[in-house]
Design a protein around this ligand. Structure first.
Ligand code: FO1
Length: 312
C-alpha cells in the first residue's frame, strides 16, 4: 500500500489485521521530511511506524503516546523555535536516526531497524532514500517549505502549485519496486493526493510499477471534506470542487477502483461514467481500530474482486 501520514498509518493498522503483517508492504511518503534543530525528521514514516508499533498519540495521530515536553519547554525558555512540537520520546528517534544517517546508513535501513526493534512485522519502506522535499507555492508568500506551510502557517496560505524537489532524479528505495512487483494488489490509503501520494508517484519507476497491477484507492474526502488535513482546501484553491469525484479524476488512469464513504454514494455513477473506475460504497471513516480493520477488509476484498474480474 501507499501511505502518507495519519490516514495512511490508520489504514495500514487496519490492513495488518486483515492480512498477515509480513505480507504487507507500506510504502511511505518522505516529501514532508525536513531538518529541524539539525535533526532529520520523517513525519509520515514516523506516524506509520508509531501507529503500527502501537506507540502513536491517539489524539493528534502524529507523535508518541504518553509524551512529555521537557526539551521543548527548555527551548521555549531560551527563546528558540517551538512551532514544530517535538516531544521528548519522539526526539529520541530523531537523535538516533540522525546519528545513523551521519554514519552513512540509509533511511530505509534505519527504518527497518526501528521496526524490528519495536516489533513491527509489516515491511515499512520510505519511497526513496533520496531527499525529495515538497514545496508549496502560495499566493501570499510564494514558495514555502512544506512544514513551514503545513505546521508553522497551519495551511492558511492559498496554494497555487506544488513542487517535489529532486523527485525526477530520485530512485525508489531498496525493496520498493520489488514489493510493488510482488504485490497481488496495490491499495492507496486515504491520504492527501496532492502532497502525500503525489510526491511518491513523481519518483521515476513508481507510477510505472503500478501500471500492471490492480490498484484501488480510498477517497480521503468524505462529503467534500477531508477527515484530517488540508486536502479539500487544496482542491478548492486549485480550482477543483472538492469531492470523491475530484479524487477519482486525480487518480484517473492509475486506479481501477475507488472506495468512497456512504455520504458520497450518489456520486458513484458519475465517478464510473467520468473515469471508468469501479466504486465501492462503505463506511470510510476510521475512528476506531475495528473500523480501520473493516475498511481495510472491504478495500482488500474489492481489489481482489477487480483483479479476478480483470483476469476474466
Ligand atoms: N503537526 C502539527 O500540526 N503540529 C506539530 O507541532 C507537529 C509536530 C510533529 C512532530 C513530529 C512528527 O513526526 C510530526 C509532527 N507533525 C506536527 C505532523 C507533521 O507535520 C506531518 O507532516 C503532517 O501531519 C502531514 O502528514
Amino acid at each position: 500500500m501507499l501511505a502518507g501520514g495519519v490516514g495512511g498509518a490508520r489504514f495500514a493498522a487496519g490492513l495488518v489485521q486483515v492480512l498477515p503483517p509480513e505480507q504487507v508492504a507500506v510504502i511511505v511518503n518522505v516529501g514532508d521530511d525536513f531538518t529541524h534543530f539539525g535533526l532529520h525528521i520523517s513525519p509520515d514514516l514516523d506516524t506509520v511506524c508509531y501507529t503500527l508499533a502501537g506507540r502513536e498519540n491517539p489524539d493528534t495521530g502524529w507523535g508518541r503516546a504518553d509524551e512529555t515536553w521537557h526539551a521543548l519547554a527548555t527551548v521555549a525558555e531560551l527563546g528558540g523555535p517551538t512551532w514544530f512540537r517535538l516531544g521528548d520520546r519522539d526526539l529520541g528517534l530523531h537523535l538516533e536516526r540522525t546519528r545513523r544517517l551521519q554514519a552513512g546508513q540509509r533511511l530505509s535501513a534505519i527504518t527497518r531497524a526501528v521496526c524490528q526493534a519495536w516489533g513491527v512485522r509489516a515491511q515499512v519502506l520510505p519511497v526513496t532514500d533520496d531527499p525529495v522535499p515538497t514545496r508549496v507555492r502560495t499566493t501570499e508568500h510564494g514558495w514555502l517549505d512544506f512544514q513551514d506551510y503545513f505546521v508553522r502557517r497551519q495551511c492558511a496560505p492559498r496554494v497555487q502549485d506544488f513542487e517535489f524537489v529532486g523527485a525526477a532524479r530520485a530512485r525508489p528505495a531498496p525493496g520498493v519496486l520489488e514489493a510493488l512487483a510482488a504485490a497481488e494488489a496495490v491499495l492507496i490509503a486515504p491520504s492527501n493526493p496532492w502532497v502525500s501520494i503525489g510526491p511518491m508517484l513523481a519518483i521515476p519507476g513508481v507510477r510505472e510499477a503500478l501500471a500492471s497491477k490492480t490498484v484501488v484507492a480510498v477517497s480521503p474526502l468524505i462529503g467534500g471534506r477531508a477527515v484530517k488535513g488540508p486536502a479539500a482546501k487544496m482542491y478548492a484553491e486549485m480550482g477543483i470542487e472538492p469531492s470523491a469525484l475530484a479524487v477519482a479524476r486525480h487518480y484517473q488512469g492509475l486506479v481501477h477502483g475507488l472506495v468512497v464513504d456512504a455520504a458520497d454514494a450518489a456520486l458513484a455513477p458519475r465517478i464510473t461514467a467520468a473515469t471508468g473506475q469501479a466504486v465501492l460504497v462503505t463506511d470510510a471513516w476510521m475512528p476506531t481500530p475495528a473500523r480501520r480493520r473493516a475498511l481495510a477488509q472491504v478495500t482488500w476484498d474489492f481489489a481482489q474482486a477487480l483483479r479476478l474480474a480483470a483476469r476474466g
